[in-house]
Design a protein around this ligand. Structure first.
Ligand code: SF4
Length: 454
């Protein structure tokens, strides 16, 4: 075991990935070093309650940690995030190695708590209180940032969709002060970011909760887009009911705002949407899509979909397929509904049998494959720009000796991975490159460079 070393295991969404990256920076600033699980003195399990059987997944991760570390009492295990918020101090009884439990707001104080726990081996700490406003975090270690930076603009959610546990695990919505957001964006750009993605559970309700300084989401977009050095701006996740005319207009007004929007539909049937407490119907969603496409004709849409919500009939399910066709989603995340203890829908009658849910999910995903392929195929022959992120994960090397070209991966403005052959000798990470799309693969594109990036 290496003294002052850490290992982080992350479950779940982009917000959790972002929290784990911050924990790593904060620990690095306190002179910790990253280590493989078998060598780490501190192991953090950053948990998520959105997917199925979240507590079981955490317990199985804790079991694996015990196995790899031999259950050593010198290894400090911390459970953070949504499942920590839900299960709380009961984790101390479930697994002896756990000495810190930090919920969604408690993460901000987790690095200091870890230092204290290392100094006081008999102590256990739980950080489970929700704060009354957005908790600013220490900046963490300085250092280069990748070409894409994620910046939190809020915490929590006020919507209480009936299937979702987030308002209970991440707390009520708290907007961050816009000056702090802009400062972090400036820092990330100075560290090398060319693209910023603004993060939150319901980003377009930013500024409406009385916790920040009241700046609207559209104004925030304008201010971030105007930062020198920023080439691309994205955000995730918006709620359809909160999309203001000013948010829509931003797609026409801001060239930095990418023409890709992840807009969760969840279901196409009005009665299911009502039971989900989504507070829009299919007509309102279609109207929103048409206003967005008027503002930005090349806008590509992706979405989230739940199949087999309690009481969903075959006709309800067909309405979801109809909406997918009408909106032409380029991609979607789709899941079978399952109960989240504490969420209202867990008490709803008429649960759908798993076999029917699975059948519907397969049909929905087959349609999505078709729509996704059509969208990708239509891109071949077009010219676009890439932000290069690094060598392609499965880089096919040029077979010439010595190799002259390597496959690089970048993202186009729609967020699609695009592979392009570039000279081997240089590091192209963070560069913008004009390309022509030559070929559509299953979930990515191949392109030729139209200029020399070196
Ligand atoms: S908007 Fe609904 S689904 Fe999204 S986090 Fe809030 S409650 Fe959950």
């Amino acid at each position: 075991m290496t003294e002052k070393s850490y290992h982080i295991i992350t479950f779940g969404c982009q917000m959790n990935v972002h929290d784990s990256q911050w924990l790593a920076r904060a620990l690095t600033a306190r002179s910790f070093v990253e280590a493989p699980l078998e060598d780490a003195q501190v192991v953090i399990v950053n948990t998520c309650s959105v997917r199925e059987k979240p507590e079981q997944k955490v317990m199985s991760a804790l079991g694996r940690i015990r196995q790899v570390t031999g259950g050593s009492p010198h290894v400090l295990v911390a459970v953070t995030g949504c499942v920590a918020q839900q299960v709380g101090a009961a984790f101390f009884e479930k697994e002896a190695q756990v000495r810190l439990v930090a919920g969604s707001d408690g993460i901000a104080n987790a690095p200091a708590a870890i230092e204290r726990l290392l100094a006081e081996p008999e102590l256990r700490l739980s950080l489970l209180d929700f704060s009354s406003s957005y908790l600013e975090r220490e900046p963490g270690a300085d250092g280069p940032c990748g070409p894409v930076a994620h910046v939190n603009i809020m915490q929590g959610c006020d919507n209480f969709c009936t299937y979702c546990i987030v308002p209970f695990t991440r707390g009520r919505q708290k907007s961050r002060m816009s000056a702090a957001i802009l400062d972090e964006c400036r820092l990330r750009i100075a560290q090398g970011a060319r693209e910023i993605c603004l993060l939150g559970q319901n980003v377009n309700a930013f500024g409406r909760d009385g916790h920040g300084d009241g700046l609207s989401f559209a104004r925030l977009l304008h201010q971030v887009a105007g930062l020198p050095g920023l080439r691309r701006l994205r955000f995730v996740t918006p709620h359809p009911k909160d999309m203001s005319p000013q948010d829509i207009a931003a797609f026409a007004e801001l060239p930095q705002l990418c023409p890709r929007l992840h807009l969760p539909l969840q279901a196409g049937s009005d009665s299911v949407l009502k039971r989900m407490h989504r507070r829009y119907d299919s007509a309102a969603f279609l109207d929103l899509v048409s206003r967005l496409r008027e503002a930005r004709p090349d806008l590509a849409l992706s979405t989230d979909l739940i199949v087999g919500f309690p009481g969903e009939t075959e006709a309800d399910f067909q309405a979801t397929l109809d909406m997918m066709r009408a909106c032409g989603f380029m991609s979607s995340f789709s899941f079978c509904y399952s109960d989240r203890p504490g969420a209202r829908a867990a008490l709803f009658p008429d649960k759908i049998a798993p076999v029917i849910q699975q059948d519907r999910l397969l049909r929905l995903q087959a349609l999505q494959e078709e729509l996704g392929q059509q969208w990708l195929q239509a891109r071949t022959g077009t010219e676009t720009s890439l932000l290069l992120e690094g060598r392609s994960p499965k880089a096919r090397m040029d077979t010439t000796d010595p190799p002259a070209l390597t496959s690089w991966q970048g993202r186009d403005p729609y967020g699609v991975p695009v592979h392009v052959y570039l000279p081997e000798h240089a590091d192209h990470t963070g560069r913008m490159l004009s390309v022509r799309i030559t070929n559509a693969k299953k979930h990515s594109l191949q392109a030729d460079a139209l200029e020399a990036p070196w």
